[in-house]
Design a protein around this ligand. Sequence first.
Ligand SMILES: *Cc1c(COP(=O)(O)O)cnc(C)c1O
Length: 378
Amino acid sequence: MGFSTKAIHAGQAPDPTTGAIMTPVFLTSTYVQEELGKDKGYAYSRVSNPTRTALEQNIAALEGANEGMAFSSGMAAIDAIMHLLQPGDHVIMSRNVYGGTYRIARLVWEDFGLQFDFVDTSDLQQIERVIKPNSKMLFIETPTNPTIEITDLAGSAQIAKKNKLLSVADNTFATPFLQQPIGYGFDIVVHSLTKYLNGHSDMLGGLIVTSDKAIAEKLRFLQKSVGGVLSPFDAWLCLRGIKTLAVRMKQHGENAMQVAQWLMKQKQVSKVNYPGLEDHPQHEVAKRQMCGFGGMISFDLGSYAAATSFLKKVQLCALAESLGGVETIITHPATMTHAAIPPEQRQKIGITDGLIRISVGIEDVEDIIADLNASLNT
Ligand SMILES: *Cc1c(COP(=O)(O)O)cnc(C)c1O
């Protein structure tokens, strides 16, 4: 079955009692049992809910994994993954993971005895260099946020395997439409559903997939024990959004390529980060492991003053946190999404005061470019 067919049908058989083609929103906390010890597969909605199950099966199918677990946010999902570790364990993370992931690592998990090294995982040697006897997990994001660096999925999974590290990929930016890390050897893939998978900026959610039975069992246990589960209504919204994932991702990619090429020609722009551009340092890796380059671009205007003046003028492009919706969203990472990262660390990883991140939407690309042009050149 092709990707679009799976996106529309996987996990969603017509409702057996009514024939409803859409999976109903099962707004119920509990389920009546026929007799003691005999239920219909559902007992309590923190443990499982049919609408949530449909979404979990759908995304597992899209990622080429066996099992999925949905959470109330991307951060709740990432937090559940960290519960697989023990105090004293060491984690190697991409140096510019999502700002919230960096924050919870430094300000929450370190207090519970986990240790972290943040390295440039686009350079595989840097991963190997920090591996210690207590290293237990490799956690990567590719493309990274907001400097759009690419990590070699096959190469990094191989290093993890060789060193017995649990490998985790945050696939939020790419989505399974563009790349499927499980197929490259990753143990776990995590998503913020809030972004491209739902795609309509109207819910918050997270999801983990894996094909490893033992890991799935532990994660399911954590899901019901900790309880940060996705609501049935949000699961339904996300199922609805995913039906158009393929067409959306194609358009995001087409628009982003045109915006990136236009940005390259602007004299005020000192740098454009987009893996579809031939001068991107990991363009070849991106071409090999992704079937498109996505909708995320960042570019540098050289100074905080230039960035503020530009962001004050944009009209169509919404100045906001988040990404992956049908509408174009523009962000100043240093003061918005990545404000939790100390200034020195930000400089080191390329999040300069002049850096702008743009989540290119699926509006008419001429209108997006016209807005950028008016904001940059008047
Ligand atoms: C947004 C995001 C998260 C966190 O997800 P929430 O749904 O906001 O909790 C994690 N990783 C990446 C890459 C993200 O963009």
